[in-house]
Each structure stands twice: as structure tokens, then as C-alpha cells.
Design a protein around this ligand. Structure first.
Ligand SMILES: Cc1ncc(COP(=O)(O)O)c(C=O)c1O
Length: 466
């Protein structure tokens, strides 16, 4: 059945019977995320940030209201109570990702960027070593190249295909083969693109490791709607932000690290809480073993119990159920958007990346075109969506590589911009590109998404038709 005929929930359920298997999510939306419908709001920025359930807040506040927690660096009873909860959260994180505690540890950070920086600043990059990363990456992964360059390591980007925005397996294999024996190499890529929703092959982890690379998997955009099972996939490092998974709390992320890989990192500094002993006058310090040596200062000991609560919330729903719903809605939207035509037959929407749900998540990047075939400024689309109470995102989503590829901007051209203009704002930059803006409109689905949300977005898209 083509999706063009679907204009009601009943029609959708008839065409996609598997949607009914996710009906529990509608009940959840009505009870836990009721504020969305109370405000008539359509939230489509789950890749930006997830939404929390009301029960998460209640459980967290009740815990804080009925206990006394002190700084876990102390040894008093309130500190011990906090330590129990923090270590409980650590154990819960490992359990959720099926990570064997003998093999992996969980290091709490401020966010995924904090996790990435921990690896970047401490990885033993050296002359003869390499940093290999995909063009499709968040800037917090791109930024690691500055540490690599500063220490003389070679930095190489793996290209993505312009049509499906996937990696070319042969180019990947050729690069992975090219690490000198004994040299240190870090290979970094996203499990799911925060720009296009493309899911890159997790089998690359083992392939790269077999060639001597340490692998940094950026899972920030993947884990809110997909199972990451670390008993199957064993990257050396994984970066995650919890607010993307379950909305609350902000300000806590995690670096999941294999213990043997962590032991190879060399921290450039120490901080309160990371040492067994440091001397002011003696000039020495000993870094604490394991995760302790990587958690700078006081961790968010009041926030961490909310991570345990959030993970249990996801487990109670089942990430597979969320995945199934998001995939169904994304598939329908992809089909519907592709069919929208102006009166003269010209398409309204250009979708970037895969047009079906094969190896992709519920993050859809697109641009809109008028009847003359001119691109409508993505900032104007976001503005109009905001007026219609729809929260989506526009720009390059901190992932400039995909933006450059979809607009056919070459490395030489981009280098020239940096030499010509000096520091300019993103808006000034896209204005100068005159029609070849590196950005797009991004719609992303998540835990509380419903058919009605997708339908409202389509209705909005139709208002751009002429
Ligand atoms: C794939 C990916 N990596 C890293 C990040 C950075 O996350 P944070 O801003 O929470 O550090 C994001 C945020 O959007 C992301 O989507």
C-alpha cells in the first residue's frame, strides 16, 4: 500500500499493523508526556534532546526530599549515602549496556563532548600515529583532531557517498589496513549520524581493532532509540549524553571505556578526586586507577540517581519498542515527504541520505524547495514551524562534514573560506555561500513520538506547497 492514501490514524494502523504493538507508548504519552498535548506542541528534536517522563521527576525529587546527601569525597554518613547512589548509577549504566564490569568501566562526564574530550586529550597520539575519522561526525569528534595534530599524528577523514551518505566500505578497508605496526591509531565514528540518521556499520569496530586501532564509537545519537549491546560490540571507548536518552537530567554523560584501553591513556593533568596523592611542594602525583582517575572534581552526586531512574524508565518501556515505533513513523514520513509536489509537479522536499528505513534511524534531514526549484532558507522553515508550535531544528547540527557533502562543497573550497574570511559567524558564512548553504532542516523522532506528531509535521510541510 502506498502511504499517500493515509490521512488518519485508522488508515495508518491498517497499513502498518505493527504500530499497534507499540500502543503502550500512546498510553505513556497520555500519562507521562501529557504536557506536549496540553500545550498543543509537536516535539521533533529528539536528536537535540530527549524528553523526560513526569514519573522520573517525581521519583528523583522524592529521593532528594527524603534523604540527606553529602559530597562523596568525604567519608561521613551523608557522603556514604551519596556514594552508594553514585556507584549504583555506575553499575546500572554498565548493566543497561550489557557491559561486563570486568571489561568496561563507566566514567561520568558532563556530556558526550566531555567523554570525547577525555579520550582526545589523553590518547597517546604521536608522530607516526594516526587519527582516522569519518566526514560524518559531530564537532566534538572533529575537535579531537586538534590534539592529534598538536602531537604530530596524521589526521585522515573517511569520505561518505553523496547519494546515501554512507561510508564506502573499500575506502574504509584501505585506510584501516594502513596503520604501521606498533603505531598508535584512533578510529572514531558515530553509530548513528546526528545529521542524516544513517547508521554506520558496527562491524567496523572489530575490523579496525584487528588492524591495531583503538575505536571510539560516538553513540550519542544512536542510543536514544537503539540497543547498544556491549557484550556483542566491543569498542574501546563510547560517548553518550543521558539527556538525549531520557531527557533528564542534563549535565551528565558517560564515557564507557574498556579497562585495558583506559590504562593506555595519559592524562595531561590531575584534579581533585583523580589522584591517590599529590604534593604541593614535592611536585608529584599518582593518578587513581580506573574511572576515579578520570572524574575531575565532584561528580553530579545529586543528579546521578536520576540517571538510574531514567535507565529504568527506558527498560520498563523497552528500547526495542521505541525503536520499532520510531522506525515505522520515520518510514512513513520518508514516503510521504518524497511525494509532496507543487502544482507544477516539482518536488517540495529533498531528503538527504537513505530514503527508506534500512540501516537508518528516526532522524530525517531535508531541505524545502519552492515551485521554481529554489531552495527555501532552512532558517525560514524553522521559523514557520516554530509559529506552528513545532519544534524542529535547522542548520548543520554541529556536523559540518555532511552539510558540505550534500552541498557539493569540496575540501579545497572550504580551506579557501578559512583563508579568505577570518572568523565569521555561521549565518554570515551561509550568506556568503549564496544558495549553497551547508545546512538543512532536521526532524527527529523519539520516545514520545506518535502518528499525530508525524501527521502535524506533514500538514505543516503542505503549507509550503504552491
Ligand atoms: C552524534 C553526537 N555526538 C556528540 C554530541 C554532543 O553531545 P553533547 O552536546 O551532549 O556533548 C551530539 C549532540 O547532538 C551528537 O548528536
Amino acid at each position: 500500500m502506498t502511504s499517500a492514501r493515509i490521512d488518519s490514524l485508522d488508515a495508518f494502523r491498517a497499513a502498518y499493523p505493527a504500530y499497534d504493538e507499540t500502543a503502550a507508548l500512546d498510553a505513556l504519552r497520555a500519562s507521562e508526556y501529557v504536557r506536549l498535548d496540553a500545550e498543543g506542541h509537536v516535539y521533533l528534536d529528539y536528536t537535540g534532546g530527549g524528553l523526560y517522563a513526569e514519573s522520573q521527576l517525581r521519583a528523583h525529587l522524592e529521593l532528594l526530599r527524603t534523604h540527606i546527601f553529602g559530597n562523596p569525597h568525604s567519608c561521613n554518613p551523608t557522603a556514604q549515602a551519596a556514594t552508594v547512589l553514585c556507584e549504583g548509577a555506575r553499575a546500572e549504566v554498565l548493566r543497561y549496556f550489557h557491559a561486563n564490569p570486568q571489561e568496561y568501566t563507566a566514567i561520568f562526564t558532563l556530556n558526550a563532548s566531555g567523554a570525547l574530550k577525555l579520550v582526545g586529550e589523553a590518547f597517546p597520539f604521536a608522530v607516526g600515529g594516526r587519527y582516522l575519522l569519518t566526514v560524518d561526525n559531530h564537532n566534538s569528534v572533529n575537535g579531537i583532531r586538534e590534539f592529534a595534530r598538536a602531537r604530530g599524528a596524521e589526521v585522515t577523514y573517511l569520505p561518505i557517498n553523496a547519494d546515501d551518505l554512507r561510508l564506502d566500505p573499500q575506502a574504509v578497508a584501505a585506510q584501516l589496513d594502513r596503520l604501521e605496526p606498533g603505531a598508535t591509531g584512533l578510529f572514531a565514528y558515530p553509530a548513528q549520524s546526528n545529521f542524516s540518521g544513517v547508521q554506520h556499520d558496527l562491524r567496523l569496530i572489530a575490523t579496525a581493532q584487528a588492524s591495531g586501532w583503538a575505536v571510539l564509537l560516538d553513540a550519542a545519537a544512536f542510543v536514544p532509540t537503539n540497543r547498544l549491546d556491549l557484550s556483542i560490540w566491543r569498542p574501546d571507548f563510547v560517548s553518550i549524553s543521558f539527556y538525549k536518552m531520557f531527557g533528564y537530567p542534563t549535565g551528565i554523560g558517560v564515557l564507557l571505556a574498556r579497562r585495558e584501553s583506559l590504562a593506555r591513556l595519559r592524562r595531561p593533568w590531575f584534579a581533585g578526586g583523580t589522584i591517590t596523592i599529590a604534593s604541593a611542594q614535592g611536585g608529584g602525583h599518582f593518578l587513581a586507577a580506573g574511572e576515579t582517575g578520570f572524574e575531575d572534581g565532584t561528580i553530579s552526586y545529586l543528579g546521578l540517581p536520576a540517571v538510574t531512574i531514567g535507565l529504568r524508565h527506558l527498560e520498563a518501556i523497552g528500547i526495542e519498542q521505541i525503536h520499532r515505533r520510531v522506525t515505522l513513523l520515520a518510514g512513513w514520513l520518508l514516503g510521504e515527504l518524497a511525494e509532496l509536489r507543487h502544482g507544477n509537479g516539482r518536488p517540495l522536499v529533498m531528503i538527504y541520505g537513505p530514503r527508506d528505513t534500512d540501516r537508518r534511524g528516526g532522524t530525517l534531514a531535508m531541505n524545502f524547495y519552492d515551485a521554481a526549484g529554489e531552495r527555501i532558507d532552512f532558517r525560514a522553515v524553522e521559523q514557520r514551524a516554530s509559529e506552528a508550535q513545532i519544534s524542529l531544528r535547522s542548520g548543520c547540527f554541529c556536523n559540518p562534514g555532511v552539510g558540505e557533502v550534500i552541498n557539493g562543497l569540496s575540501g579545497e573550497e572550504m580551506t579557501a573560506y578559512f583563508h579568505t574570511f577570518g572568523p565569521i559567524s555561521f549565518d554570515a558564512f551561509i550568506n556568503r555561500l549564496a544558495g549553497r548553504a551547508t545546512g538543512a532542516v532536521r526532524v527527529s523522532l523519539g520516545i514520545a513520538s506518535t502518528f499525530a506528531d508525524a501527521q502535524r509535521f506533514l500538514a505543516f510541510a503542505r503549507t509550503l506547497l504552491s
